[in-house]
Design a protein around this ligand. Structure first.
Ligand SMILES: [Ca+2]
Ligand SMILES: [Ca+2]
Length: 228
């Protein structure tokens, strides 16, 4: 299974401007409207850590086609931070597990009701590579995923969550606001409503704690992104 998504065709500047104009038009119209109205193992010896400190509370911008941000370029209230995740994979006897298959190690969001509509494409959150001789692998490449999540991120190995490490304080959002695996015109009204309404994390695509003009380029550039 491929690790990286296929590249989507590059939008022309003209089409980007057209989409931006469409988004602005919808926001304007809505504004006017609103104004009027596991494995057999326990994995207990494994550890999963994030480069950024937990209090940085990073936000990863994802697109279903893998065109979002790499984990090295996550957003935070204080700017870009490195949210690279490192897994030390060990047997229950704490022996490093070398050359463990990358596609059998993936990220999920913590199961907390009402905190997400996160959706991952097939093999869209798997590790960068098989574990090395020391049983180590990382997540740095952009994920292939959509939707949003304010719950934490969990490392899963062959279906079993790494439970000895606390879940990682990494949140997610995407131009695929409704979490159906494709960023398209149906996501724009959601953004437009958030733009005009109370703060909504899902639309803070260039994360800085506010939904404003700076978030629109990511929405515009993301339109058309789908799971491979
Ligand atoms: Ca969508
Ligand atoms: Ca923002």
């Amino acid at each position: 299974m491929a690790r990286c998504g296929k590249r989507r065709s590059t939008n022309s500047i003209a089409s980007g401007l057209a989409i931006s104009t469409t988004i602005c038009a919808i926001i304007l119209v809505m504004g006017m409207t609103m104004a009027a109205a596991a494995n057999a193992q326990n994995l207990y010896c494994c550890t999963a850590t994030m480069a950024a400190p937990a209090d940085a509370a990073p936000v990863l911008y994802n697109l279903p086609n893998g065109g979002g941000a790499p984990l090295t370029q996550a957003g935070s209230a204080s700017g870009i931070v490195d949210a690279t995740i490192t897994l030390n994979l060990r047997t229950d006897a704490c022996v490093p597990l070398a050359n463990f298959t990358a596609t059998d190690m993936w990220l999920e969001k913590e199961a907390v009701a009402g905190t997400d509509n996160f959706v991952a494409c097939s093999s869209g959150t798997t590790a960068d590579a098989n574990t090395d001789a020391n049983g180590v692998t990382t997540w740095t490449a952009p994920l292939r995923a959509g939707g949003w999540s304010t719950s934490r991120t969990v490392v899963v190995v062959a279906g079993t969550a790494i439970f000895e490490s606390a879940p990682l304080n990494l949140r997610h959002n995407s131009a695929d606001l409704n979490g159906d695996g494709v960023a398209n015109l149906s996501d724009i009204p959601l953004f437009a409503g958030d733009y005009l309404g109370p703060y909504a994390f899902r639309s803070d695509l260039m994360f800085d704690g506010a939904v404003n003009l700076s978030d629109i380029p990511r929405l515009a550039a993301g339109i058309g992104a789908a799971c491979p």
